[in-house]
Design a protein around this ligand. Structure first.
Ligand code: ZN
Length: 77
């Protein structure tokens, strides 16, 4: 587990997953591995505020991240 995790909403998703790579350094559509061993696409900029307002978090990611107490960043495109 890295020192920082980023919580982001993939395209069409309703929850945030945690990734250990800064999403801002990858182009939109780039696949990144999530902490819960799924894949998530880096969202493209300019999405609606409704998506950015999503606060629900993937339970699998939460369970994996919590014991490590990393710096957590809520990331929006
Ligand atoms: Zn997850």
């Amino acid at each position: 587990m890295r020192e920082t995790v980023y919580w982001l909403v993939g395209p069409g998703a309703k929850v945030r997953h945690a990734v250990e790579f800064a999403p801002g350094t990858f182009p939109g559509g780039q696949l990144l591995p999530t902490v819960c061993h799924r894949w998530i696409k880096v969202p493209f900029a300019g999405r609606g505020a409704a998506i950015d307002a999503i606060t629900d978090r993937c339970h699998d990611c939460t369970d994996s991240v919590r014991p490590h107490q990393p710096c957590e960043v809520t990331w929006n495109a």
